[in-house]
Design a protein around this ligand. Structure first.
Ligand code: NAD
Length: 279
């Protein structure tokens, strides 16, 4: 039966290390989280990020704007944060209201302060295999793979999902680590067969328990990014966990796997941005 990769514990260890480094810096890295409107899930995410940032010693604050804010007003706020020398990281929590163009907002963030790694400059650097700020969730997955003891060079890695936030940057990071990377998605012809080839399987589709136990090669390492709400309450991943534990060598639980690593990597990105800006 599979080893359970405890993201909560690993995230906590990472945060403790970050706190130690921050204490020795002589300044507090500055993070500003921008939230627009009243999306309830966003409220939870933003609170968790802010709390974690304060806990490691950052100067962190949430800027909460009303649903009715105009795009021009939001862009002006971001311009102010870009110009503020005390601010090292800027995160605009998605989704934004429909009257605001999300891409225009992401484009406006200074790439050097883009701790979500969503600015086209950082996306391009990652695609080119150059150093930069990379999206937090895939960065967290790389930590989990290291924790699992996976040797990536040459390994067959399959990424399920091709979103800009998870699937694509995940594939780019695995490629940068010299894995043999396949991306599968909603138009892939034989999903189970592609998954069975994987020594490393990363699922990021947002479909509850899509990946069945017999899609998993014996001894594979399975990372479940999915967060799906059960109709009966509670969270479930993209992988049928109870089946998968009988096939995989190691697997992340949902919750308590990738989720906590995402937040820890936001903090890591903010420290990285602060060190680069203030060098
Ligand atoms: P998305 O909806 O933007 O992308 C989903 C991808 O899956 C698409 O590329 C699509 O082609 C593919 N897909 C959809 N249905 C499919 C099917 N039936 N078969 C094969 N492929 C299919 O989602 P996302 O933003 O990438 O998020 C994916 C999941 O990860 C969601 O459950 C989300 O909540 C979760 N998530 C978790 C974290 C975290 O910190 N743990 C962070 C981001 C996203």
């Amino acid at each position: 039966t599979a080893r359970i990769l405890d993201g909560k514990a690993l995230g906590a260890r990472l945060q403790a290390k970050l706190a130690e480094r921050v204490a020795g810096l002589g300044f507090r890295p500055g993070l500003r989280v921008v939230r627009v409107g009243e999306d309830p899930a966003s409220g939870v995410y933003v609170r968790n990020k802010d709390r974690a940032a304060l806990a490691v010693g950052f100067d962190s604050a949430t800027i909460h704007l009303p649903e009715t804010v105009t795009e021009a007003e939001l862009l002006a706020l971001i311009a102010g944060l870009n110009a503020d020398p005390a601010v090292d990281g800027i995160l605009v929590q998605l989704p934004l209201p429909a009257h605001i163009r999300g891409l225009a907002v992401l484009d406006a963030v200074d790439p050097a302060k883009d701790v979500d790694g969503f600015h086209p400059v950082n996306v391009g650097r990652l695609a080119n295999g150059q150093p930069g700020l990379v999206p937090c969730t895939p960065r967290g997955v790389m930590h989990l793979l290291a924790e699992a003891g996976v040797s990536l060079p040459g390994a067959r890695a399959v990424v399920l999902g091709r979103s800009a936030i998870v699937g694509r940057p995940m594939a780019a990071l695995l490629l940068a680590a010299d894995a043999t990377v396949t991306i599968v998605h909603s138009r892939t012809r034989d999903l189970p067969a592609e998954c069975r080839r994987a020594e490393v399987l990363v699922a990021a589709v947002g479909r509850a328990e899509l990946v069945r136990g017999d899609w998993i090669a014996p001894g594979a390492v399975v990372i479940d990014v999915g967060i799906n709400r059960r109709p009966t309450g509670g969270l479930v991943g993209d992988v049928a966990f109870a089946e998968a534990v009988g096939h995989a060598a190691a697997i992340t639980p949902v919750p308590g796997g990738v989720g906590p690593m995402t937040i820890a990597c936001l903090l890591e990105n903010t420290l990285q941005a602060a060190l680069a800006r203030r060098a």
